[in-house]
Write a protein that binds this ligand. Structure first.
Ligand code: GDP
Ligand code: MG
Length: 597
């Protein structure tokens, strides 16, 4: 295909502003998918994506569009995730395309993730076409939102296209704008092959599938291909484009986006951002590399039933084939036995992975407190990274502790601003900036990441009735007065509940944890002390009083089946319990105890 007839683009938007719906319409209007195969949100493949309404893995589709100028164009749309945890995937796919549609819900206006995502498009030198969606809604204010785009983002919005992705209104105009307003890709067909590895995933039938964007040269089926970072060489067994189902193709030239497979065993052999060239007569100039995805939140995953450990190991390995951004290493816990310490890009990523393990692999898991990565500076001048609070070295050897800080951007209607400021203040935040865009305030805070990983989103949503939007970027590490707090149940430390806390907040947090656990742990035949401690010093304490009721006492006399049922129910419940010394703690208590409110 001639370069002039190709347009590569992505759609950037705040979550729920209609990106997936617009993608569906573009696919539908160009007949890329037959009407009868059309299901809502074509590009959101995974169940969890559909259920949660979020797009997790970037994906692409090739659309053929006969334009008004009489030529047929190939439009490659790369769908990008909208959530902060996946910002890294956004930034990588941005570099494979030349332009972006900026979708803004005309009834909501610019939100925090609109800003974060559009800045990444600007960073990648994109031409940007603003699109005002949902103008079918009575609350839509396209003129006001146009002004807001100009004021807040600083790009020209005079030619913004009003659309309704739901009804299909304005979609033909969007297609024409893609052709006329976005630039064609550049590239030299006769130069050695140079392609960017945009994404890779594991397919049970095909093995590792690699998505590439060709910059220069041509890739053909049967070629011998080299990954420049790793030096690994593979044959091209299959070359295809996604429409969005795979359609085989003989070659891909400059500006084109497609996938190939070649008996690659592991997704981790395929580094995103790597340059792909031919084994012989290849290029010697790789593309500028991407930064690798760094896990920022860690937690332990343990099987409820110790016998499921091997199954968990299998499941994690399989999942990693699909998601190279989540890391894991084996961990043993005195209380929980064998499990894994896993690293994630953020809390949502953690939840998605845990959900998938439980759902797709049918596992019951205990998740320990999420923790950020601390830098522990020792008295002897060395530094170690702490991924697990349980590994915190003895305080007598520690000089000081540093924690990661973020810059958070929150956009919120004026009436909820007070509550948002209080929330940020309570989480040890430092206000950096406060500005207004219409009736919405935009506030920037410097916050410790550790105060955000627990339940910050939930709290923010609840204090603003869902009207606030939030985005963050990690800014660096800073020293603070941080200590490890332990929880002791019946005088035994439960390492899964250990956490790093700020010294000034330790008592309050400890009291909260003990009170919560007192509610969550069922009574036993004996009295159970529940304590929070720093070093050897107890800072909070609750006592769970004893019980001596026979559970079957309620069942009068001879009703044997009822008694049996009750005992069976108890047994099933036991499977979800963990034994700590003489005390049984339900699995749900671990998660519930960590939520602050
Ligand atoms: P995404 O998170 O940006 O991918 O947003 P979705 O495409 O999933 O859309 C979010 C919600 O907005 C869904 O319930 C859509 O049906 C709805 N929606 C999308 N476009 C329109 C539109 O033009 N008008 C109206 N009224 N609703 C829309
Ligand atoms: Mg979506």
């Amino acid at each position: 295909t001639e370069l002039d007839r190709i347009r590569n683009f992505s759609i950037v938007a705040h979550i729920d502003h209609g990106k997936s719906t617009l993608a569906d319409r573009l696919i539908q209007l160009t007949g890329t998918v037959a009407e009868r195969d059309m299901k809502a949100q074509m590009l959101d493949a995974m169940d969890i994506e559909r259920e949660r309404g979020i797009t997790i893995k970037a994906n692409s589709v090739r659309i053929e569009y006969p334009a008004k100028d009489g030529h047929t164009y190939i439009l490659n749309l790369i769908d990008t995730p909208g959530h902060v945890d996946f910002a890294y995937e956004v930034s990588r796919s941005m570099r494979a395309v030349e332009g972006s549609l900026l979708v803004v819900d005309a009834s909501q206006g610019v939100e925090a993730q609109t800003l974060a995502n559009v800045y990444q498009a600007i960073d990648a030198n994109h031409e940007i076409v603003p699109v005002l969606n949902k103008i079918d809604l009575p609350a839509a204010e396209p003129e006001r939102v146009k002004e807001q785009i100009e004021d807040v983002i600083g790009i020209d919005a005079s030619d913004a296209i009003p659309i309704s992705a739901k009804s299909g209104m304005g979609i033909p105009e969007v297609l024409e704008a893609i052709v006329n307003r976005l630039p064609a890709p550049k590239g030299d067909r006769n130069a050695p092959l140079k392609a960017m590895l945009v994404d890779s995933w594991y397919d049970p039938y095909l093995g590792v599938v690699v998505m590439i964007r060709v910059m220069d040269g041509v890739i053909r089926k049967g070629d011998r291909i080299k990954m420049m970072q790793t030096g690994a060489v593979y044959g091209v067994d299959k070359l295809a484009v996604l429409k969005p189902q795979m359609v085989d193709i003989a070659e891909l030239g400059p500006g084109e986006i497609g996938i190939w497979t070649g008996s690659i065993k592991q997704v981790r052999d395929t580094r995103v951002g790597d340059t792909i060239t031919t084994e012989k007569k290849g290029t010697d100039k790789p593309l500028p590399g991407f930064k690798p995805a760094q896990p920022v939140v860690f937690c332990g995953l343990f099987p409820v039933d110790a016998n499921d450990f091997e199954d968990l190991r299998d499941a994690i390995e399989k999942l990693q084939l699909n998601d190279a951004s989540f890391s894991s290493e084996m961990e043993t816990s005195a209380a929980l036995g064998f499990g894994f310490r896993c690293g994630f890009l953020g809390l949502l990523h953690l939840e998605v992975v845990r959900d998938r393990l439980e759902r797709e692999y049918d596992l019951d898991l205990i998740t320990t407190a999420p923790s950020v990565v601390y830098k522990i500076h020792m008295r002897d001048g060395t530094m170690q990274e702490l991924h697990n609070p349980a590994d915190m070295p003895d305080l007598t050897h520690v000089d000081h502790v540093e924690e990661p800080r973020i810059k958070a951007t929150i956009m919120v209607p004026d009436e909820y601003l007070g509550d948002v400021l209080k929330l940020c203040q309570d989480r040890r935040g430092i206000q950096l900036n406060l500005t207004y865009a219409g009736a919405r305030a935009m506030v920037e805070y410097d916050l410790p990441l550790n105060e955000v990983v627990f339940d910050f989103y939930d709290r923010l949503k609840s204090v603003t009735k869902g009207y606030a939007s939030f985005d963050y970027a990690i800014t660096g590490y800073r020293e603070d007065n941080l200590v490890k707090m332990q929880i002791l149940v019946n005088d035994e430390p439960v390492d899964a509940l250990s956490m790093m806390v700020h010294r000034d907040r330790a008592e309050a947090r400890g009291r909260q944890m003990c009170e919560k656990l007192k509610e969550l742990i069922p009574r036993h035949m004996f009295k159970i002390p529940i304590q929070a401690a720093i070093g050897g010093r107890v800072i909070a304490r609750e006592t769970l009083s004893a019980m001596r009721k026979d559970v079957t006492a309620k069942c009068y006399g001879g009703d044997v089946t009822r008694k049996k049922k009750l005992l069976e129910k108890q047994k099933a419940g036991k499977k979800k319990m963990r034994q700590f010394g003489k005390v049984e703690i339900p699995q749900t208590a671990f998660i519930a105890a960590l939520k602050m409110d």
